[in-house]
Design a protein around this ligand. Structure first.
Ligand code: HEM
Length: 146
């Protein structure tokens, strides 16, 4: 179970990084070129939302089955967990910041939908998706992932 969920989480992450990157670049291009917002722009931002939400669900399952997560083990000294870089990353930093990234994408997506013209739509997406992308890239455990 643990290995299957980790496998899924690990490979789905490639899609998440790729699509959030493309959606962010697309929004930034929209801001700088002042092009009209179209169906393609809507689809790419929606696809980024769906992919990250699915990764959030897989991540939540992984949180309960991974042997790197010690929250549910008995006799665990959390001060020792916080002092260990890898343990702190998996138990606290990675889940927390990734959840914040998904919230940013959700906020950016829903706020941009309420804007009526192209420029504010692209601007909203660009701000929220760039912040989310930065959080995702920062919290990926690169050394053991690739
Ligand atoms: C956009 C969201 C996320 C991305 C891109 C992402 C990406 C990754 C990557 C690349 C790994 C390393 C996989 C490997 O070792 O091959 C990983 C591990 C892990 N992630 Fe995420 N993650 C995300 C969200 C979450 C969330 C929301 C949680 C929990 C609530 C979570 C929990 C974990 C755990 C527990 C591990 C370590 C699993 C283990 O090695 O046993 N992730 N994640």
């Amino acid at each position: 179970m643990n290995r299957a969920v980790l496998f899924l989480h690990s490979y789905w992450a490639y899609l998440v990084v790729l699509i959030v990157f493309l959606a962010t670049i697309n929004a930034l291009i929209g801001v700088f070129t002042k092009k009209p917002y179209g169906a393609k722009d809507f689809r790419i931002s929606l696809f980024a939302l769906i992919c990250t939400h699915l990764q959030l669900l897989i991540g939540l399952v992984l949180f309960f089955v991974s042997d790197k997560i010690v929250w549910f083990s008995e006799n665990v000294d959390m001060s020792l967990v916080m002092k260990n870089k890898m343990m702190r990353l998996y138990n606290v930093e990675h889940p927390l910041l990734m959840i914040i990234a998904v919230i940013l994408i959700t906020m950016g997506y829903s706020k941009h939908k309420k804007k009526l013209s192209s420029a504010p739509k692209f601007k909203t997406l660009a701000i929220y998706y760039t912040l989310a992308l930065a959080a995702i890239l920062y919290m990926i455990p690169w050394s053991i992932w690739i």
